[in-house]
Design a protein. Structure first.
Length: 470
């Protein structure tokens, strides 16, 4: 079922036979957008006077924008004019909206409707829709995107008008709109030469960006669930309730943000953050923690950070955000299920439990599969980068091979944080990072939709036999 990957499978039982949506629409749709963006970014009309880029850099940047990653081989601010930046903005918006509503779009394009069980699941989450149609959920997704991005653009514009009064109104408006869309879509692309180091001394702007990135990274169904959860009402029927998906998503988001902030503050407080007071150190540490899981904006040079900070950032990038969100990675729910499975095994308990609910063994098996596929993909990607970058400038940065691995995980997790390696990559290295970005964005979407399909049970059961582990 379409939403089986988003909610406990015990809620959903197949009740009707339906024709499955064509999964090839996902990669083909993204590829079509990327190709159009590549051609537009190659046009001389998109470049500043005296600037030009090759087809591979254009293809790389179009892929990065559409897959809402943020890694770049060229400096966006110093290469593209208003038209070129507008093309990037459209690619980010198209990619972000496609990610946010991909499952629903497949249903709409295939001419299907939700099953009765799927409608019951969404009705339990939303609480008020009497008749749930795919188009209804699609509209909800679009509305959330528009409302968050519009509110973010207004907040950023008002703030920019007060802190940068010398800039023109149109310039502040364009910068506010671009960064609001880029933040909510978790793209991490900036039109400033040094990313958001330009805003490092304005905590208010950083907080607004934090909120947009977090909102884009907690998932469509979580946002809908929160929209219809009236915690102040006494009547449980009118109050609604938070699903297990929402509870785990919110808990993991808060836990990872706190852990990332404390780790960053511990190792960078006396290093890259040493030039400022403790108030700004906390602000920068929280900002780095927020961006490490999904977006890729930075206020200090990531390549100058201590190895322990980079190592923990690798973990945050690998985990990513919530299912059904703009974020990449293996997803917070997957990581939580892996931890809960290990904890249950350690305590020799048969059931995997969280917040008073049981998680089925099938879900645990899927989490293990997703993690193993992600690790295998990264191992292949890092191996290819070690082959292509051996002896080249990209492998001789201050971070050495850790910086190269950092770049690979950032690409696969569609994060966009860079240790300064991407602009130095060989052509083969750029292709590897490009493929990692595309796989990291498209593969989880296809996998989640595929796993949501009804399973085909075996008609015979083999005898059980124990095997030794460890």
């Amino acid at each position: 079922m379409l939403f089986r990957g988003l909610f406990p499978t015990s809620w959903i039982q197949p009740v009707v036979q339906r024709r499955d949506a064509n999964l090839r629409l996902v990669p083909l749709g993204f590829l079509a957008i990327i190709l159009v963006g590549t051609l537009l970014l190659l046009l001389p009309a998109a470049h500043l006077p005296g600037k030009s880029i090759g087809w591979l850099d254009s293809f790389f940047l179009a892929t990065s924008a559409t897959c809402v990653t943020g890694l770049t081989t060229v400096n966006v601010a110093e290469t593209f004019n208003f038209f070129g930046q507008a093309v990037l903005l459209v690619l980010i918006q198209a990619g972000g909206l496609g990610i946010f509503t991909a499952s629903i779009l497949l249903v709409l394009l295939s001419g299907q409707r939700l099953s009765l069980a799927d409608e019951h699941t969404i009705r339990a989450t939303v609480g008020r829709l009497r008749q749930v149609r795919p188009f209804d959920v699609f509209i909800y997704g679009c509305l959330f995107v528009i409302l968050f991005e519009l509110a973010g653009a207004v907040a950023l514009f008002v703030h920019l008008e007060s802190v940068v009064p010398d800039a023109s109104v149109w310039q502040n408006m364009w910068e506010a709109v671009f960064h609001s869309v880029s933040a909510f879509c978790n793209a991490g692309l900036s039109i400033y030469p040094n990313n958001l180091e330009h805003w490092r001394n304005y905590p208010g702007l950083l907080v607004e960006m934090d909120i947009l990135v977090i909102a884009g990274g907690i998932g469509l169904m979580t946002l809908i669930n929160l929209r219809y959860y009236h915690f102040w009402r006494r009547d449980p029927r009118r109050r609604g309730y938070l699903t297990l998906q929402t509870k785990i998503s919110l808990f993991m988001t808060a836990a990872l943000l706190l852990a990332g902030t404390l780790i960053t503050l511990s190792f960078e407080g006396g290093h890259t953050f040493t030039s400022t007071g403790w108030g700004q150190r906390i602000s920068w540490a929280f900002f780095h923690s927020t961006m490490s899981r999904t977006a890729g904006f930075n206020v200090v040079d990531v390549g100058d950070m201590n190895p322990p900070t980079l190592l923990f950032t690798l973990l945050l990038m690998f985990i990513g955000g919530a299912p059904g969100s703009m974020a990449g990675g293996i997803k917070t729910i997957t990581f939580a299920v892996l931890v809960l499975t290990a904890w249950s095994a350690l305590r020799r308990q048969e059931n995997i439990q969280a917040f008073g609910r049981r998680i089925s063994p099938q879900v645990a098996g899927r989490a293990v599969m997703i993690a193993l596929i992600a690790i295998a993909t990264l191992l292949v990607g890092v191996g290819l980068l070690m082959f292509s970058e051996q002896g080249n400038a990209s492998s001789k940065t201050s971070g050495n091979w850790l910086a190269v691995i950092f770049e690979a995980v950032s690409a696969f997790g569609t994060v966009g944080l860079s240790a300064g390696v991407t602009p130095l990559l060989t052509e083969l290295g750029k292709v590897v990072i490009l493929l990692l970005m595309f796989i990291g964005r498209v593969a989880p979407l296809m996998l989640s939709i595929y796993l949501a399909r009804p399973s085909h049970p075996w008609h015979t059961r083999q005898p059980t036999e124990e095997v030794g582990l460890g």
